[in-house]
Design a protein. Structure first.
Length: 197
């Protein structure tokens, strides 16, 4: 039995549905909203790579390293982007949240806050995780600010850690939150969402 079992997470008009090949067209359209694959600091697939992107995510799910979701609008069924649990470590009850991206029209809205609330709630309250982590490119300042708004603590920087899509080598900024910090973080996320509505 996998640590992260198939589940759909719902809240605030969104549904995080286990990513499937059926989501190819929707993911392609979400990525095209802002031509997100042109950003060197993201992992958003180019249109012709969308199927391969999903297939890779499904292989990683089988290997129990990553569990990817399609982020959808419950009212319309439109795919808004994708996010994942990854670097899943059942022995120490730790997951990371990442591979996250949204269509440009869904950015700076309630979408990211809602997704993080749902995923952190599932990780801490359902899976019993002791720690949830995040990582991002050292030049992805928007992502760093978004992670810090969640209440995560900066653990440090791993230098020369990974390749970017353009072939340059990135430093990776690591963050985490412990289970004891979750109640305060949840209260803050709920407060932020109340200001959106």
């Amino acid at each position: 039995m996998a640590f992260v079992e198939p589940v759909t997470l719902r809240g605030n008009g969104l549904a995080l549905i286990p990513l499937a090949l059926d989501h190819e067209e929707g993911l392609c359209a979400a990525a095209a909203d802002g031509e997100l694959w042109k950003l060197r600091i993201t992992s958003v697939p180019e249109p012709q790579e969308t199927r391969s992107y999903i297939e890779t995510a499904l292989t990683m799910r089988e290997e129990e390293h990553r569990f990817a979701f399609a982020v959808t609008d419950e009212a319309t069924g439109n795919v808004l982007g994708s996010t994942s649990f990854h670097d899943i470590l059942p022995a120490v009850k730790r997951v990371e949240i990442g591979y996250t991206w949204y269509a440009k029209s869904a950015q700076r809205s309630h979408v990211n806050t809602t997704c993080k609330l749902l995923m952190m709630g599932h990780a801490f309250d359902t899976l019993g995780c002791h720690v949830v982590g995040w990582r991002t490119d050292n030049y992805n300042f928007a992502s760093q600010q978004a992670i810090e708004r969640l209440g995560a603590k900066k653990d440090g920087v791993i230098r020369g850690h990974a390749l970017r899509r353009d072939g340059t080598i990135r430093d990776t900024v690591m963050y985490s939150m412990r289970s004891g910090e979750w109640p305060e973080a949840r209260a803050q996320l709920l407060y932020l969402l109340s200001r959106h509505s």
